[in-house]
Design a protein around this ligand. Sequence first.
Ligand code: T4K
Length: 380
Amino acid sequence: MLKRFDKPVYVTRPYLPPIEEFVAGLKEIWDSQWLTNNGPVLQRYAVQLSRYLQTNNVCLFNNGTLALQLGLQGMGISGEVITTPFTFVATTHALFWNKLRPVFVDIEPDHYTLDPEKVEAAITPWTSAILAVHVFGYPCNVKELADIARRHKVALIYDAAHAFGVEIDGRSLAHYGDMNMFSFHATKLYHSIEGGMLTFRDSGLKQVFDYLKNFGFKNEVEVVMPGTNAKMNEMQALMGILVLKHLDELIEKGRVIETVYRERLADVPGIRIPPSLPSNVRYNYGYMPVEVDEAGFGMSRDQLYEQLKKLNIHARRYFYPLVSDFACYQNVQTRDPLTVARGVAKRILTLPTYHAISEETVERICLYISEMRASAGSRA
Ligand code: T4K
């Protein structure tokens, strides 16, 4: 009989800085009586992010969804956009709100990012952009996608919601593509409670994004475009500043946890862990996806998910169902059968990983998974 965890073990938990640091920051906000609308803390935060990422082309938003939606609008993307069905639904919603047609193409089996060959095959005269996702923070094939985008003269946009802190050859993913969106939602390794950020190649876009997130106001009496309200407030910016100081520790902790999962699950039949990333990639360890192969494991992914839940372990099926299978996108025509994505969505399970999870807890989760495999196998 496997012993249920006394307290729920969630797929993630936000890192919270020492409360005294947040209170000290709040005092400053109280004194200034400035709560939002490009306040002093937000401005300081933007400077820190620019320094950290080594680019001035940074714009902050109240969440990642609106950042992406307004980013696409500001770039003037039109017509068809090639994208992945294996993502959080907000990626596709951002297209929908811009009246763009998503063209779903398949992903690669190792790290679940868009398959460049499929992307190129899907380009038509109506294609204006590729919207790729560094899903789970695993970098897309940035080289091949850049090459395709350049040859076909289409924009290359990354939903980097999961990828803050990820680098290739020592360079943040903020520098790839024409535009990148990062989410700073509480469930992300790095967060500002809620929040989003765009980084972009063309410095001229900064002004456009600033207008779009603030109703289109140029000054008190001029509105130059129909913008909306997508501003980050001072409390969010404060949290972002405080968590940024701890980013390296969070990444290191994630690395240790991933090592335990890799070692303990390596020999469990029917569990597949994505291969380690090449040595020139610095990963952020924000997610711990595995695939459950029903034939090899002796029970389906959904059965394992339910069994874990009974033990108070709240793994998640990110990203199932595929976005293209949700009722609101089911009628989007796609020529690609999405074979790989369909298989992965059926098998994927993201296991708990976060700064405060203990190695003992992770070892116990792995032990439970191996024991379930052993008893499922012996029943088979
Ligand atoms: N593009 C991609 C690829 C994305 O993944 C996302 C968001 C976006 C775009 C849009 O970015 P944002 O607009 O969100 O900035 C979560 C998040 O809400 C969402 O941000 C995230 N992706 C998505 C993958 O996951 P849920 O519905 O799974 O979250 P929820 O509330 O079930 O939380 C998961 C677990 O986290 C809970 O079981 C416990 C823990 N938790 C959560 C919160 C909110 C805490 O311990 N404390 C908390 O405050 O969507």
